[in-house]
Structure formats: structure tokens, C-alpha cells
Design a binder for this molecule. Sequence first.
Ligand code: HSE
Length: 408
Amino acid sequence: MSKFAVLGYGVVGSGVVELFYKNREKIEEKAGHKMDVKYILDIRDFPGDPYEDKLVKSIDDILNDNEITAVAECMGGVEPAFTFTKQCLSKGISVSTSNKELVAAKGDILLELAKENNCNYFFEASVGGAIPIIRPLHKCLAANSISEVAGILNGTTNFILTKMINDGMKFDDALKLAQELGYAERNPEADVEGHDACRKICIISSLVYGKHVYPENVYTKGITDIKLEDVQIVNNWGGSIKLIAKVSKLDNGNILPTVMPMIVPFSNLMSRVDDVFNAVMVYGDGIDKTMFYGRGAGKLPTASAVLADVIESVKHDRTVFSQMWASSSDNSFVEDYKNLQAQMYFRTESGSKNEVTCIAGNAEFIYDENNQLAFLTDVISIKDAQNIADKLSANGIKIVSVIPVLGE
Ligand code: HSE
């Protein structure tokens, strides 16, 4: 019998317990062992909960019980999750986590610690909710040289954007609904300001390119500045505005990770990824491109990924997987985001097409109404786009929006 503990009895933790008991027989069959949840750690009380007898308030109850061989960490946040995870791994207890903040901040340390103690630190649930993406990137696509990974990695913001655009819902109401459905972070600023997507692209970047990428080194912009007028203009042109987290490998050997709203042309399947769904497009020399799609947040979708890792821990007890990356003491391999190359969308007020063309060079005008112009440039760098914006402003042309366009 393999007994495991669940740390944190919030949305994801309670989903892990619920899904385990719902599918226990199948899970045991796949793990090749009888299994049970022995403890649930949470500082809160849950009177009347069907698993109330399993609730404990101290991590020591779990650490001091030699029957525990695996833990599902669903607490979120860096502390105390970091301390508890280190304590478990140091005892040889494998940890499976949905905690992207912790993996993005301390993944290198925890992976090394797991290896030293002959156990595993798994984090499939930390990126893309239900979507299998960590193991496919590490294993199934291992023969490729990956040139880019681009994704919609935050369910809450994609849900908010979809509700605002398709149902005319106000931002605050859409966010409230996302919170009620259990999609949003405890502090939803992490979703709307792009920090959650940033943590996820850091995890993907670290895994794919082999060195720890820290969130503070990744340019991150959320969705709060997106204007409905741009959404409509872009939609009429043939695209959607999405919060895109991406990382590219550059010819100089550096990597360029960013999180920002981008225009996704309808020819790119990600333009059609709506609601809480996430998608990850992987570009490699063998595969060309492969897209992964599924529910990116929510109780059972995330629990499904956590439990899959718990099953893997139980099934392969004492087998240490190579899914890891090196620590990085400097960030010189992370390129300045201003060197990102893309077509740029500008919306301006006042100014003629002639004036704009003189400053911006080639411009494809896609809107010309109400004294406003919207146009797309050739592929240029963000640095060049800023120069164009400065020159337009210096000529009395007001810049309303600048949004990069995602390629195919
Ligand atoms: N708040 C996150 C999201 C939860 O909306 O994507 C899943 O990581």
C-alpha cells in the first residue's frame, strides 16, 4: 500500500482528493500498487468535510510517518511550500506540485535535492493545467532542437478576454466569475498583470533550454491596457488579441522569453483558443510545429495533472528522472526583450497616411475612421517600434496602442 499526503486543501488540493477517490481503482491499476490518501495538510478547519479525519495542521505529522512515500503539494506561493518541499525531498519523499510560483523561483534547487535523495520532484500541473506539456517537452520531443515555444498559458486572462469580447461582459465581472470558478490566483493581480504566465514560461524555458530562467528577468506585460477598440479593429482585419507567453532561441545562442498581449492572426490556431482553455505551440526542427490544447485552470483539470505525477512517483519509486535543469548565476543568456522581432500594430490619432508612411516605412493600413489610423509595419524590433512611436509623437501624432503580432 502506498500512502500519500496532500499539502493544501484549496481548489486544487480538494480536487486531488476528490479525483483520487472517484477513480481510485483505475489509479491503483495504473500505479501498480494499492494507494490511499493518509493526510491532508491545511491550517484551516473543514467541519463536516468527508475527509475531516485526514486533516492535520503540522507538516511534522507527515514527515514523521514512514508510510508516506509521496506528497502532492497544492499550496501555492513560495513559503512555506519551499520549506515543506525541501523537508519531504530530504527524506526521500517524492513531491508532485501544481505550484508554478515555487517551481519558477526554486525549481533548480528542488530538482537537485530530489536527485540527491533518490526521489522525484514532478511539476506537470504547474504549466497548462490539464494539458500534458512538461513530459512531452522533456521526453516525446527530446529529439528536436526547439526553436520556439509560444502559448496561452493563463486561463483566467483568456477567460476574461473571451467574456469581454464575446459576451460584452465588464472586466471586473469577468474576473469575479473566474474567481468563483476557481481559475484565478489568490491574488488575481498575478493573472491579469501576466506574472502567472511569466512563471509558466520560465518553467518551460528552463526545461527546454537547460538553465534556470527567473521571472524577474522576463519582460512581462498583462492585459489591463487592452482596449476593446483594438480588439474590434484586429478582429475585422483577421486576428485575436491574446496574452502570449513565448520563448525563442536566437541565432546568437541566447533565449528571448516574453509575456505580453499579442495579435494572433486567424491563420494561427491559437487565435481560436477561448475561455479557460490554454494552448502551447512547440516549434522544432523535426516536428515543424505541434500544438497542445486543454483546460488551463480549474479544480479537476489541475488535479488530473497532479495525480498523474503522484501515480508516476508511486509506480517508479526510487527511479530518479532526468527532468531537470542547471542553476544559472547570471542572466546574460536572456536577450533584451527590445530585440524581439515582430510585425507591429499601431493605432494613432490625428496624422495622415502620408505622414505615417514617411516615419514608419512600409505600413499596411487596416483602419481609417474617426480621425484614427491603425496600421501594421513590416517585421521590426521592439526597439525600432519605440523609435517610430517617438518620431510619430514628436510630429504631433498621438499613439493610442502598439501591439506586436505573433507569427505563424
Ligand atoms: N490562475 C491560473 C490560470 C491557474 O488562470 O491559469 C492555473 O495555473
